[in-house]
Design a protein. Structure first.
Length: 138
C-alpha cells in the first residue's frame, strides 16, 4: 500500500515538473529551475513563504521594487529585521553569489513575473555591474 502511494506521489511530482516546464520559454525555465533548486525549500512553491520563518515573495516591495536592492539581497544575503505583510522576519538568508549572473538574473526575473507579480525582468548585465560595484567597495 505504502509503495503504491509513494509511486503515485513520485508520478505526480514528475508530471507536474514536466507540465510547468513544457509551458514556459527556455529562459524562464532556467529561472524556474534555479528557484526550485535554491529558493523553494524556504520560500515555498507558491512563493508564499512560511509565516514567522520565511517572508513571502508575493508582491513585496523587495521583489517588485528597486532591482539593485533585490540583486544585492542575492549577492550579499540578508540579515536584518524586515517587515513583510505586517509581519516581522529576522532569520538570516545566506548569499547566493556562487550562482552565475545568468542564473541570478533568471531567478529574479522568474520571481518578479510569477506568483502574481508583474514586474520587469532582470538582465545578467545588471547583475554583473552590481557584482563589480559591490566588490570594489570592499
Ligand atoms: C534558508 C532559507 C532561504 C533560502 C534557501 C532562500 N531564502 Fe530568501 N529569505 C529567507 C529569509 C529568512 C529572509 C528574511 C531575511 C531577513 O529577515 O533579514 C529572506 C528574504 C528574501 C527576500 C526579501 C524579502 C521578501 O520576502 O521580499 C527576497 C527577495 C528573497 N529572500 C529571495 C530569495 C531567492 C530568490 C532565493 C533563491 C535564490 C532565496 N530567497 C532563498 C530565507 C531563504
Amino acid at each position: 500500500m505504502l509503495r503504491v502511494i509513494s509511486i503515485a506521489i513520485f508520478w505526480m511530482c514528475l508530471s507536474s515538473t514536466a507540465y510547468s516546464q513544457g509551458n514556459q520559454s527556455p529562459k524562464s525555465s532556467i529561472g524556474a529551475t534555479v528557484y526550485q533548486q535554491y529558493c523553494m525549500s524556504c520560500h515555498q512553491a507558491d512563493g508564499g513563504g512560511v509565516p514567522r520563518m520565511t517572508p513571502s515573495l508575493i508582491s513585496t516591495s523587495y521583489v517588485t521594487g528597486d532591482k539593485k536592492r533585490l540583486i544585492t539581497i542575492l549577492l550579499q544575503g540578508l540579515n536584518e529585521p524586515i517587515v513583510v505583510n505586517d509581519e516581522e522576519y529576522y532569520n538570516p538568508m545566506a548569499s547566493f553569489s556562487f550562482l552565475t549572473d545568468q542564473q541570478i538574473a533568471a531567478v529574479l526575473s522568474y520571481i518578479r513575473t510569477n506568483f502574481g507579480n508583474k514586474s520587469t525582468a532582470v538582465s545578467a548585465q545588471e547583475v554583473l555591474q552590481l557584482r563589480k560595484q559591490l566588490s570594489s567597495k570592499k
